[in-house]
Design a protein around this ligand. Structure first.
Ligand code: PEP
Ligand code: MN
Length: 258
């Protein structure tokens, strides 16, 4: 009676096909859109290297209410301009149902973040849109809970779901999260959906992006989501796990060798 039976689903976003035997999709961009210039400069640098989807948060789920919360809809406009300029689809996180219409109108793909994986009313709403969705794993979600969160979206009418492993909380605190790569083949088999990996939130350390990107692709990930900032030291969020466009190029070349 489940909608996601394990039968392979290929998700399309514009001209891109994600999942199945398609080449891994590269999603990159800043953690947060900080200004029109910052996101445009980042996008142009990514375009030079190669990027399939531009990411950027405009509603940021920050631990502290006193830190940068994102530019909101103004930021979404900047992200859209940058995506159009380099000719790739964009993805941004939707945190609140009240912004659903605006995000669906502007963004090519809608991201549901880790903290909202359990937000069943939001998942039902997302089930009713006809845009692809990236569903990130809850930071303490079991495989079964993550499967059922995807099932909520699918059951309410939207099977264009890309799952994203972004690490889970364990006793280990050296890394920001413990990247659970076994989840990649498990979730592909359980749901049939494409599964991508976010080594940025999954590790919290920029020097771990390259090795874990390679590992993700080796275990069958259908793509990567990587945080890239033109000047990580000055980033308003997640600078320690952000890489420069030059470092992104290194990752890009290394994984294309695989
Ligand atoms: C993000 O991708 O911007 C993000 C906030 O990630 P997560 O929901 O996985 O913490
Ligand atoms: Mn981030």
């Amino acid at each position: 009676r489940k909608v996601l039976t394990g039968q392979q689903i290929v998700v399309t976003a514009g001209k891109l096909n994600i999942g199945g035997d398609n080449p891994p999709v590269m999603i990159a961009g800043p953690c947060a859109v900080e200004s029109r210039e910052q996101v445009m400069e980042t996008a142009l640098a990514l375009k030079e290297v190669g990027v399939d989807i531009l990411r950027g948060g405009v509603f940021k789920p920050r631990t502290s209410p006193y830190t940068f919360q994102g530019l909101g809809l103004k930021g979404l406009q900047y992200l859209k301009e940058a995506g159009e300029r380099i000719g790739v689809p964009i993805v941004t996180e939707l945190m609140d149902e009240k912004n659903l219409d605006a995000v669906v109108e502007y963004s090519d793909i809608v991201q549901i973040g880790s903290r909202n994986m359990y937000n069943y009313s939001l998942l039902k709403e997302i089930g009713g849109i006809n845009k692809p969705v990236i569903l990130k794993r809850g930071m303490s979600a079991s495989i079964k809970e993550w499967v059922m969160a995807a099932e909520y979206i699918a059951a309410y009418g939207n099977k264009n779901i890309i799952l994203c492993e972004r690490g889970i909380r364990t006793f280990e605190v050296y890394t920001r999260n413990t990247l659970d790569l076994a989840a990649v083949p498990i979730m592909k088999c359980e749901t049939g959906l494409p599964v991508i990996v976010d080594p940025s939130h999954g590790t919290g350390h920029r020097q771990l992006i390259l090795p874990m990107s390679k590992a993700a692709l080796a275990c069958g990930a259908n793509g990567l989501m990587i945080e890239v900032h033109i000047d990580p030291k000055k980033a308003l969020s997640d600078g320690q796990q952000s890489i420069t466009p030059e470092e992104y190029q290194k990752v890009y070349l290394e994984i294309n060798k695989l």
